[in-house]
Design a protein around this ligand. Structure first.
Ligand code: ATP
Ligand code: MG
Length: 228
């Protein structure tokens, strides 16, 4: 990383007599929105997580065929949106690793980095949990982390349950119901491109960042038109 000092992971697990629970909220976060934040916060509360690491993907494996904003922009927006929550932390791990991002590599890294009294919980929405059995080294993911599967409007979580059960992988999944927020990054990008309001879909700081950096103005042919 150009000789720059790599970001340190947050300290957790220092008391060997107790168990710590570390949540990992993976995503593209292009941009981060209230759906992500509510999911992470309610997972933190439901499973009594000590900390949630937001983990913007460097080059998400399932989005290689589509345009994704620069990792630094997605990282910056995630920092802005999570800054006020003392239990939230944004990690550069997947961005700095380079190459295609696979969750299994992240979990292996965290498992090796943290002591044994730190348990890993990987947080996903219902759409991601539907796919997880097809992720690279799904069996290893199952061994490394407990999954927290949150409801998401438009996706059937019971179908995910069946798929996981029949996969034969030893997944330990905790299902949580969260307030339904039918917000997606795709919709936010499209709204920005069309010049529509995205207020109250994500934080004011993220919206300011999007505007200042002219993000999402040209989405899939939906050019907003004349320059600023
Ligand atoms: P995109 O539309 O670009 O795919 P997204 O809104 O789906 O973006 P991602 O970064 O793909 O956001 O999602 C990261 C994680 O957050 C996934 O596990 C996803 O299921 C979850 N998630 C995203 N939006 C919501 C939501 N509104 N409610 C619950 N979970 C969500
Ligand atoms: Mg998505």
């Amino acid at each position: 990383m150009d000789g720059l000092k790599r970001q340190k992971l947050p300290v957790i697990g220092e008391d060997p007599t107790r168990t710590y629970r570390l949540g990992i909220m993976g995503g593209t976060f292009d941009p981060i929105h209230y759906g992500h934040l509510v999911t992470a916060e309610q997972a933190r509360e439901a499973l009594d997580l000590d900390l949630v690491l937001f983990m913007p993907a460097g080059a998400p494996a399932f989005k290689l065929d589509q345009e994704v904003s620069a990792p630094e922009d997605r990282y910056a927006m995630t920092v802005l949106a999570t800054a006020a929550n003392e239990a939230f932390y944004t990690s550069r791990l997947e961005i700095d690793r380079g190459g295609v991002t696979y969750t299994v590599d992240t979990l292996k890294h965290l498992r090796a980095y943290y002591p044994k009294n730190v348990k890993l919980y990987f947080i996903t929405g219902a759409d991601a949990i539907l796919d997880i059995v097809s992720w690279r080294d799904a069996g290893q993911i199952a061994e490394l982390a407990t999954l927290i599967a949150a409801t998401r409007p438009g996706y059937d979580i019971s179908q995910a349950h069946e798929r996981i059960e029949s996969s034969g992988y030893p997944f330990d999944v905790r299902y949580i119901e969260i307030p339904a927020l039918a917000i997606s990054s795709t919709n936010i990008r499209q709204r920005v491109a069309l010049g529509k309001s995205v207020r109250y879909l994500t934080s004011e700081s993220v919206i300011g960042y999007i505007r200042k950096n002219h993000l999402y103005l040209n989405q899939g042919g939906m050019n907003r038109g004349e320059g600023e």
